[in-house]
Design a protein around this ligand. Sequence first.
Ligand SMILES: C[S@@+](CC[C@H](N)C(=O)[O-])C[C@H]1O[C@@H](n2cnc3c(N)ncnc32)[C@H](O)[C@@H]1O
Length: 355
Amino acid sequence: MADENTERRNQARLAILELANMISVPMSLSAVVRLNVPDAIWQGGSNTPLSATQILTRVLPSGGDPENLQRILRMLTSYGVFTEHLNSAAAERKYSLTDVGKTLVTDSHGLSYGAYVLQHHQDALMRAWPLVHEAVLDSSSEPFRKANGEAAYAYYGKKPEMNGLMQKAMSGVSVPFMKAILDGYDGFQGVERLVDVGGSGGDCLRMILHKYPNVRQGINFDLPEVVAKAPSIPGVTHVGGDMLESVPAADAIFMKWVLTTWTDEECKKIMQNSNKALPEGGKLIACEPVLPKETDGSHRTRALLEGDIFVMTIYRAKGKHRTEEDYRTLGVSAGFPHFRAVYIDYFYTVLEFQK
Ligand SMILES: C[S@@+](CC[C@H](N)C(=O)[O-])C[C@H]1O[C@@H](n2cnc3c(N)ncnc32)[C@H](O)[C@@H]1O
């Protein structure tokens, strides 16, 4: 029998209890987004520390339980979402937003990372999570399909509210990322006609066209039910279709967060269809999460590995986050002999495939 009094055993018992209760973190994050807590604290930039009672007065004039809200805020403070301001004399705790918490504040375009948090915790997605082990027992279909009877995108397509939230979630995540890469990556120079494959509402194209006036024609290509909801954007034509069938012709093709959700065979097909749509020397510019070779406990590695399990559970049991080498190999198999990876953002890497 191990000696349970050693430092190592004590730390191990603590760590396993933390892991076993980890579900409290994303569910509490969803709760504060649902309750509009970040916007209530932010108030146009004041970020004044507020008690749970003061927050509730702003978000729920009809009341609520301040003690339970404070429990949630304390726990999320330990994960770096809020800063706690403790007034011991008054036995009062107040909360302001950290930089992480600020990502949940709605901007002037109605966007934040909040929609992404909510999108990931909708009932249909939550039904898949108790079936993660099934992805090991039988990887012929993903837990989402086992729980809901069909693949995620087909399921979203029949539910306008899920499609709408997906589009909002994608915009909330993609707009800040695009701002970052458009400052550090110049691969759109000389391109006149650009297709964004799986472009959702068209935000990425809108931003590329704004920064690069040489791109005169933007084609936002996505599933018909998705482009039907996309807003009108000057210079951008929305085209509905299936990238596994074909991709509209262009000087260059952009795609962000698309290859990750598909199997190697499906990725090869999407890349071959992109190849056919490009002229000789044309580029496919993909932005995808790229796994590091080594495994460690850094935020970056964890965010990338957690996203990998999300893909396995929700989109494809054999869809996955890949390494730079995996992408190089996929590119060659689809007729792109030239490849380079550009690291700007910590989550997405720019992958340039050239014919
Ligand atoms: C993870 S989202 C990324 C959206 C967008 N590129 C972004 O990063 O903000 C994947 C996109 O692929 C689209 N998609 C899924 N299956 C598709 C298909 N067969 N043909 C074209 N687009 C598809 C989805 O509708 C969705 O908009």
